[in-house]
Design a binder for this molecule. Structure first.
Ligand SMILES: [Zn+2]
Ligand SMILES: [Zn+2]
Length: 345
């Protein structure tokens, strides 16, 4: 089969024409991939930078973790899924047996394997998936939108961690795909206003389209915005840090009000310092994080909002490319693009 394979621990990938098709065991299904979207993590794996190496991927690796497709084979133990069913994949492959899995926190499994990162992925014609990570898609959801459930679910989870957004002012640092979903979700869930900081003008345009006041972080004076619009509360009620850009955590912690909630989604590639006295002890900010989606609540919420047309995922797809154009897709992430979708066939 055709596949995008990370062969060596250096920058780059190879498009392999005759890569071996994955075998499935009794608890797995074989998926004919309909669409896979490119994520920032793929760009890190492509570049083989510090963030990529931190996951300790074993090579050769078929990349790709945001995917949807059609079941073409089922293992002997698989129940509730049949050949021809359409599914999207939860990329966090959980063990089902550890303490976190047994207490309803499978997204934070102690034995987590990551599709397309620490386990063979979906920039390929076929991918093997455990039955346990398959989310059935109704016919109303095309594969390219289904592939976007994985990254978008992070935003749903972040909103869940933030709690009630009724009437809240929200500050989001980073309007890439997850930030763009966050803007839509926050407003759909009752936020009064959303300010989004994003350096890329194209993405600022999308952020504004979805209802945010979109600003260039190099020009925005957050203290002045707070004085002008949020003086009553003393700052934003809720913050979401998505960009992992240097300095944004401190910027966000300064711009939120006392006792605000801040949720971290972006993954900085090294430790950053935090003034615990000022922000956590005295200002009493509640600092939280998310990594992945709550299984399966976030998926069900997403599906309901997409079907009700309260959430526009299709509008975030700026490019459809063939698998042979993968490297162009990686380059596009730095340019005027939001979500780039690859079709393997
Ligand atoms: Zn991703
Ligand atoms: Zn587990």
């Amino acid at each position: 089969m055709r596949a995008i394979v990370k062969m060596k621990p250096v920058a780059g990938v190879e498009l392999v024409e005759h890569y071996p098709e994955p075998e499935i065991d009794a608890d797995q299904v074989l998926l004919e991939v309909g669409a896979t979207s490119i994520c920032g993590t793929d760009a890190h794996l492509y570049a083989w930078d510090e963030s990529a190496r931190a996951f300790d991927p074993q090579l050769p690796l078929v990349m790709g973790h945001e995917c949807a497709g059609t079941v073409v084979r089922v293992g002997a133990n698989v129940r509730g899924l049949a050949v021809g069913d359409r599914v999207a994949a939860e990329s966090h492959i959980f063990c089902g047996a550890c303490y976190m899995c047994r207490t309803g926190n499978a997204h934070n499994c102690y034995n987590l394997k990551l599709l397309g990162v620490t386990r063979q992925g979906a920039f390929a014609e076929y991918v093997a998936l455990p039955r346990s990570v398959c989310f059935p898609l109704p016919p109303t959801v095309p594969f390219d939108v289904g592939a976007l459930f994985e990254p978008s679910g992070n935003a749903v989870h972040a909103v869940q961690r933030a709690g009630n957004l009724d009437g809240c002012s929200v500050l989001i640092t980073g309007a890439g795909p997850i930030g763009l979903v966050l803007i839509q979700l926050a407003l759909a869930m009752g936020a009064a206003s959303v300010v989004a900081l994003e350096p890329n003008p194209f993405r600022r345009g999308l952020a504004a389209k979805y209802g945010a006041r979109a600003l260039d972080p190099s020009e925005a004076d957050l203290a002045a915005i707070v004085r002008a619009d949020y003086a009553r509360q003393g700052g934003f009620d809720v913050g979401f840090e998505v960009s992992a850009a240097p300095g944004t955590h401190e910027q966000l912690l300064r711009a939120v009000r006392r006792e605000a909630t801040v949720v971290c989604i972006g993954l900085p590639n090294r430790a950053i310092s935090l003034d615990v006295s000022e922000f956590i002890a005295k200002k009493m900010i509640v600092l939280k994080g998310v990594f992945g989606r709550r299984i399966w609540e976030t998926w069900e919420i997403l599906l309901a909002l997409v079907e009700a047309k309260r959430l526009d995922l299709a509008g975030m797809i700026t490019h459809h490319l063939s698998i042979g154009e993968f490297e162009r897709g990686i380059a596009l992430l730095k340019g005027d693009a939001a979500k780039v979708v690859i079709s393997p066939n």
